[in-house]
Design a protein around this ligand. Structure first.
Ligand code: AHG
Ligand code: MN
Ligand code: MN
Length: 332
């Protein structure tokens, strides 16, 4: 039984003291996000009982079928941010364009980039799904948000986090001072600190990739995946394959146990930089891990489009470094 009495609200307030320039807006914005996450968690828990499974009969900007829960999560986060008045604009996987604020709404100094429901293909089969968020400071003059406020490199993020709606609901976030995990106690409706200062193991025992694409892997990825499956007790090989198909779940396992997750360039990149790759890269680096597109650090990539996709190789530093040796032709 957890005896933690550190709620996420208390932790966020304490994190604010680590940011001398913080105005309290940022703290209030995170509290607003937490409220939305609790409400999404409630719907996910009830999904089997109420009419919220299935698709709404349209596809999003990526040509992916939009599920009811995607739309529900999208709307909840949008309205929670409007009510709080701490953002100047938003961008979501579920909206093609940048989301401006209605004329009469109060504007704030922050930008929210988010994937309201990650792992949509797993909603109807009761496999863990998630929400991913990335927060930037407004960089353009004036009150209204602009596209440039959204198109900032991952190094400029002031916070990043995810919620995993799994066997328990966990919120994992960083504001640049370590990675901390909170578990939702549904009996009191509070996220309580359960994983303080998460550190990723230097090396893991699992690799995570959609092996169904192996016929189309680039030669370096194919060579690495073949290598990782060879028997060599000295280097802990063969690794076990673990692939959920929900980025949040695959990254959460990798964060806690170590290992490597790959969604490579071939057959084609699928994961989006702004609200999947960059926030996950900030979290993993803050926990001592590494995140690259194969040749460049994810956090250094200058975005040019809201929904641009990026190859993502992320995980334990030693595992990712070995993969990079294969990609750069330096493998043993
Ligand atoms: P989303 O549901 O937000 O579109 O994200 C799905 C992503 C990600 O969660 C996961 O890692 C990846 O899709 C799995 O893709 P494949 O099914 O092609 O392996
Ligand atoms: Mn996603
Ligand atoms: Mn999504």
């Amino acid at each position: 039984m957890s005896n933690s009495t550190v709620t996420i609200q208390r932790h966020i307030a304490a994190q604010q003291t680590l940011h001398p320039e913080a105005t309290g807006q940022f703290t209030a914005m995170l509290w607003d996000l937490v409220l939305a996450f609790k409400m999404i968690a409630r719907e996910v828990r009830r999904a089997g009982l109420i009419d919220i499974l299935g698709s709404i009969g349209r596809t999003n900007v990526h040509g992916e079928k939009v599920q009811k829960l995607d739309e529900y999560a999208q709307d909840l986060i949008y309205h929670s941010m409007l009510a709080g008045g701490h953002v100047c604009c938003m961008a979501s996987e579920e909206r093609a364009e940048m989301i401006p604020l209605p004329r009469e709404r109060r504007r704030g100094k922050h930008v929210l980039l988010y994937d309201p429901l990650d792992g949509s293909s797993n909603i109807d089969v009761n496999i863990s799904i998630g929400t991913i968020f990335s927060i930037h400071k407004k960089v353009t003059p004036g009150a209204d948000g602009a596209l440039e406020d959204c198109l900032q490199p991952g190094t400029k993020q002031i916070a990043a986090g995810y919620v995993i709606y799994g066997s328990s609901v966990m919120l994992v976030y960083t504001t640049g001072f370590g990675v901390h995990g909170f578990t939702l106690d549904p009996t009191i409706g509070e996220f309580l600190l359960s994983h303080e200062n998460i550190r990723m193991p230097a090396r893991g025992k699992t690799y995570s990739i959609n092996e169904g694409n192996s016929a189309s892997f680039d030669p370096a990825t194919a060579k690495y995946v073949h290598w990782i499956k060879q028997k060599d007790p000295e280097t802990g090989r063969p690794y076990s394959l673990r692939y959920v198909g929900t980025l949040v779940a695959d990254i959460h396992r990798t964060l806690i146990n170590g290992g490597i997750f790959m969604y490579p360039a071939a057959p084609k990149p699928k994961l989006r930089l702004l609200y999947e790759g960059a926030p996950m890269a900030m979290i993993v680096e803050q926990a001592g891990g590494r995140a690259t597109n194969g040749t460049q650090r994810i956090l250094d990539i200058q975005p040019t489009d809201l929904h641009q996709k990026v190859p993502l190789i992320i995980g334990s530093p030693e595992d990712v470094e070995i993969y990079e040796e294969f990609i750069q032709g330096r493998d043993s």
